[in-house]
Design a protein around this ligand. Structure first.
Ligand code: NOJ
Length: 585
């Protein structure tokens, strides 16, 4: 390979990140937050499903990794129709995961290790087994109990046509008709997701009051904040007008799909002239709700945090969720779905910093979570990737090259962790885990798979229990070998104990990056773009650290400086393809 230094792309914008003055004790502005998907993290009972005591037992490993906080996907009482995102009691722990005492123990251990704990609040919908919904079904049409949910009469002379044409995120209609006590068909209720997840009516004051109580219940126990599920969906446009989404729109919301390689995304994936928001996403009425939640958190000491799952476009709109009197963070899904191309990366970083700083908030950065194809696989897809949530499986086109995906994932992570703001890390990505594309159909559990009759694989491939010890049952996930989703036979090299202490392993790359990020205050810093490295390179300095990421095929000559971190081995003063390096400037 020859080194290349053409100064093609010039963009000299210095964007200030949060400064020490604005940070104060607001830990979340710079935090690296590790997402735990409880059912797949660590199983203490051998049931095949992870649990809270299992998580507690592994917290020292996370503290050792160097993260600042954990976000726990839902562990509340739930029939588990959507892996806990169907809550039947917001103030209790599902027996599958343990007890409230187990949660208290987890929290105490996390705090003693210096880790904050963020719970996952699911306010857009309940389970159909929640007492509120049971009461709504038992109550007459037009009753206060019914008004807590989105019940409507059907259309047509017999009311047997859905109230509108909305399609569920998981496939099929967004409406289900109920049967009256006398056996005759009754009203319809709205469910953006599965029919077991009826949407609450957030125009209803009683509903709002209930959630103030639920937030206080967990804040009183000591949680440091909440990730808020479907924060963009809670208010629907008045009149519930018909809406047909563009055929390629992402399933969780109006966010961009992963574009086909080579697609020209200029001017940006965040073009303000994109499709208007659907009538069930991103409606302005949500902001009043967040102001109320903000005030509840403000009653508590210790900088509690609200992080929005808000699938809206453009980023300047996402930033409205994190104005000073609303939430603190919003997931940056535009960043997550940016193609592995320097031009796109520079643009989304620049736009993200500008949008979030415009409202005085930190940007977040995220590459993987429990709803998307893991980035160690996604970044190597050679064909159009499916919309978010649709997943990939054995028959998906464009089989990714695993080594290429891992190499790019490592480079992408090293880039992400050098950016000012807060980063989210999804369990297993620190091991370089790929998406499991070979799950047998008989093992699949995601409602998307069932509601689309197998047309979409869904999200199970990124939810497989993670490997801890190469030579133990279920790779150390538990002691029995049981696993709610089968683990692939070839995951031993990804196990934590296969990588710990091994220079160059993905685990050690994460550990080093997190340590250096902290030592150099990168989360607090600012991006100053550097030029002269060619169009395929993202280069900037943050504080005293020069960050160079080569997404191109040609090696790039490195400037003088000591290498602090490199996502691949570097020889001969040149930065190879798909590699990120941190240097002292
Ligand atoms: C978003 C969550 O991340 C996803 O897993 C869940 O299925 C939906 N919201 C519905 O709660």
């Amino acid at each position: 390979m020859t080194a290349e230094t053409a100064p093609e792309f010039v963009e000299l914008t210095a964007l200030d990140g949060p400064t020490r003055d604005t940070v104060g004790s607001e830990w979340w502005r710079t935090a690296v937050i590790y997402q735990i998907y409880p059912r797949s993290f660590q199983d203490s009972t051998g049931s095949g499903v992870g649990d809270l005591p299992g998580i507690t037992s592994r917290l020292p490993a996370l503290a050792d990794l160097g993260i600042d906080a954990i976000w726990l996907s839902p562990f509340f009482r739930s029939p588990q129709k959507d892996a806990g995102y169907d809550v039947s009691d917001y103030c209790n722990v599902d027996p599958l995961f343990g007890t409230l005492a187990d949660f208290d123990a987890l929290l105490a251990t996390a705090h003693s290790l210096g880790l904050k704990v963020i719970a996952d609040m699911v306010p857009n919908h309940t389970s159909d087994q929640h007492e509120w919904f049971k009461a709504a079904l038992a109550a007459p049409e037009g009753s206060p109990e019914r008004d807590r949910y989105m019940f409507r009469d059907g259309k047509g002379p017999n009311g047997d046509i859905e109230p509108n044409n909305w399609e569920s995120v998981f496939g099929g209609s967004m409406w289900k008709r109920v049967t009256r006590a006398d056996g005759t068909p009754g009203q319809w209720f709205l469910h953006i997701f599965d029919e077991s997840q009826p949407d609450l009516n957030w125009e209803n004051e009683w509903v709002r009051d209930q959630f103030f109580g639920i937030l206080r219940f967990w804040l009183d126990r000591g949680v440091d904040g909440f990730r808020v599920d479907v924060a963009h969906g809670m208010i629907k446009e008045a009149g519930l007008p018909d809406y047909t989404p563009p055929s390629d729109s992402a399933s969780m919301g109006g966010a961009p799909v992963v574009p086909a390689p080579g697609t020209d995304l200029t001017p940006a994936i965040i073009d303000p002239n994109l499709e208007p928001d659907p009538p069930y996403w991103g409606q302005p009425g949500v902001h009043e709700i967040w102001r109320g939640w903000h005030d509840v958190l403000a009653e508590y000491a210790g900088d509690r945090v609200l992080c929005a799952e808000a699938w809206v476009n453009p980023l300047t709109k996402t930033a409205l969720w994190v104005r000073p009197d609303e939430m603190n963070q919003a997931f940056n899904f535009d960043y997550m779905f940016t193609q592995w191309k320097a031009k796109r990366l520079r643009r989304v970083i620049k736009d993200s910093l500008a949008a979030f700083m415009g409202v005085g908030a930190p940007s977040t950065w995220v590459l993987s979570n429990h709803d998307v194809v893991r980035h160690a696989t996604r970044l190597a897809l050679t064909k159009d990737a499916p919309p978010q949530g649709a997943g990939i499986g054995p028959n998906s086109p464009g089989k990714p090259d695993r080594a290429l995906g891992l190499r790019r994932a490592r480079a992408a992570t090293a880039l992400m962790l050098a950016l000012p703001g807060s980063s989210y890390v999804y369990q297993g990505e620190e091991l370089g885990l790929p998406e499991d594309m070979e799950l047998p159909d008989s093992a699949r559990q995601d409602p998307t798979w069932f509601r689309t009759h197998g047309e979409k694989y869904g999200r199970d491939g990124c939810r497989v229990p993670i490997p801890w010890e190469a030579n133990k049952p279920a790779y150390g996930f538990n002691s029995t070998g049981a696993s709610w989703l089968p683990q692939p036979d070839d995951w031993a090299p990804y196990a934590r104990d296969s990588q710990a202490g091994i220079p160059g392993s993905t685990l050690e790359l994460y550990r080093s990056a997190l340590k250096l990020r902290r030592a150099h205050g990168l989360g607090l810093g600012a991006v100053t773009w550097l030029t002269g490295y060619g169009k395929d390179v993202v280069a900037f300095s943050n504080g005293g650290v020069t960050v160079i990421c080569n997404t191109g095929k040609i090696a790039v000559e490195l400037p003088v400086g000591d290498i602090l971190l490199s996502s691949e081995a570097i020889t001969g003063g040149a930065l190879p393809t798909d590699t990120t390096v941190w240097l002292t400037s």
